[in-house]
Design a protein around this ligand. Sequence first.
Ligand code: SF4
Length: 392
Amino acid sequence: MPPGWTPTPFREFVLKIASRCNLDCDYCYVYHLADQSWRSQPRFMTDATVDATADRIAEHVRTHALEFVNIRLHGGEPLLAGRDRLRRIVAALRERLSPLTELSITVQTNGVLLDEPMAAFLVGEDIGVGVSLDGDRQANNLHRTYADGRSSYDEVLAGIRMMLRPEFRSHFLGLLCTIQLEADPVRVWDALRDLGVEGVDFLLPHGTWEHPPPGLTPGDGRTPYADWLIPLFDRWYDAPVRPLSVRTFESLLHLLLGGVGAHESFGLVPVALVVVESDGSYEQVDSMKAVGHGAAASGRTVFTDPLDALFDVPAFVQRQLGLHGLSEVCRGCDVVTTCGAGLFPHRYRPEGAFTNPSVYCADQYALIAHIQRRVEESLASRGTTLAAVRAG
Ligand code: SF4
């Protein structure tokens, strides 16, 4: 532990309110990667577990005098919980937390169940809505299908269009798009832009050095994910008016310009996120399920332990150590303050566990170097430099 380290309180809570899904996306880290613990989870978080979770978060808010907390309702597919159960969950959270702190509640859904009554309910309950979509029909059909192989595209698009209606739009947070190397990036970009959404984020498929992501052979010198993203960055950056917000690009720009950033995948700020599984167990970021069976587990639960007990769990602590928690290679890297070694699970290999560069190291370096070059060119045309901006 570095001298003087103090824990960063948790402010982001991902509640796994439903452990099953109505789609069967074949890349899903919950069902199709190393960890199969979903099989032993209850289908839905019970009222008792929700109450205990809300009590633990309230306790944490009081202990650390937190001014805000964000709660993300997640799954599986969280909307499978249905409106009655969702209403009870939100009521329990608001009853305990709203008197203590600023509370934001969001849901991340596959969009299939986003009909008018559900959209009206979510907006009425002041719940922000994010939807997962991998681009145009062809890209989305590669992996985001029902168990029988049917496309989910039309239903998801109907859900997105529902959320874009004027009466619901205020609560539409945008799209999460997982990168498919087989999909044409420009077609994906055009499809997402043409939907008229305000924001999108691109996610890297999960993988580790032991089980690399699709299309990636670590160490072979290729950078297929950077090659996929760079043309999109250039389109976005060069547009006279940015057509939509892209969280990955904005976070990287912010970090390159000297900001501290708040993106779990980049930068060196301590990670302040906890997952509460459907049975009330605390887990690390749920993408840890890509690492191995039980890799995300903490051995602690909302019924037995305060959230502060997680500050004794090594992997939770390592995610809060910034530069001190990284491998020697990363500590010596010239883009480390921007890259931060990437998402925690992506660093895993049996030798050294999470004290490794990201399996996406070459891609992250190439993407960041490209963005930095573009920013330096822009600044030079205005008679200044990146170093001057960072210093100012
Ligand atoms: S680019 Fe590679 S070496 Fe540099 S910080 Fe990122 S993962 Fe580490």
